[in-house]
Write a protein that binds this ligand. Sequence first.
Ligand code: GDD
Ligand code: MG
Length: 346
Amino acid sequence: MNALLLAGGMGTRLRPLTDHMPKPMALVGNRPWLEHLVLQLKNQGFSDFVMAVQYYSEQIRNYFGDGSKWGVRIRYAVEHTLRGTAGAIKNAEPYLDDRFVVVNADIVQEADLADLLEFHRMRGGLVTIGLTEVEDPSHYGVIEQDGEDRIIRFVEKPRRDEAPSNRINAGIYVMEKQSLQYIPDHREVSIERETFPLLIKENAGVYGKVISGYWMDMGTKERYRAIHWDLLNRVCRLPLDGEERGSGIWIGDRSEIAPGALLIPPVLIGNGCKIGERSIVGPFAVLGDNCEIGKGVRCSETIMWDNCTAHDAVHLNNCILGYGLEVGSRQIMHEAVMNRMEAKEA
Ligand code: GDD
Ligand code: MG
């Protein structure tokens, strides 16, 4: 059975980080989230992947190739123009098995898919939607179920006071290939606004099951940060690279921490980093590979991607820095999200 990863959206709410890259390629704990996702699904027994891509699709293709480096097979269903969440699935039809799993590739989650598949088999519907519960459902697809777990209503991003429940679409589906006949060809179609409501209206068998484990959509800067703090607190149990030195301090290979520098946990430092004297890094700091921190720098609640430099006496708090940025000496930045003009070489 194959897994289809929806990875083509433009990630507008994560700009400027996603100005030149697909959102699922954003680093999560120093690795593209999409890579974590492939590895996680591989651990659950999936070896055949289809990636539905469009926005900066070549970056994903260049990074993963045919998947052999990860010991899996990866094929690509490329849309010429964005076809929407259902259009993307329809476009991938030639690659899909009779039953397949679809995952929104921008969701950091640890769902047990064997459980969801078993539920799907038992109910025998055309679609099973993985669900989760959130306090404010208005940013998500919200569902209403009957006593037999059948979904009887699906409303995408309702006003908070109009949401039928706080059970939302977790962006993970088990689908029968037959359900694709409900998706029109060659145009943009939203699975949330069009296909699910249609399948429900036709009584085609749409069921929902609450999934367990960590779940967070990385689509906004606030949530992107929150995922990192959960990762460092180990509320989210994704593997972290680097050696754990003391509790809550992970340091990669060849990184040099000057004797007078202080790391306040939790902190994750990538490979080949340098941290100068009297600098204080953490709590809640993630440094990508080859980052250079000068002397007397303060860096807290901040995420830096690879190859960034913070010169002497810089103060960074609550910032996100894309690849290869440089912050000049004595500059103070709070809550800045920065990226470069040019696309990163994939
Ligand atoms: N290939 C392709 N083509 N992929 C797409 C397209 C498209 O036209 N549009 C969106 N995607 C991908 C995005 O890259 C993302 O990984 C996923 O589909 C979901 O799109 P988002 O734009 O992130 O949707 P959302 O977060 O507002 O809402 C969706 O996810 C929620 C859970 O986080 C919906 O499915 C909601 O119902 C759901 O609750
Ligand atoms: Mg999303």
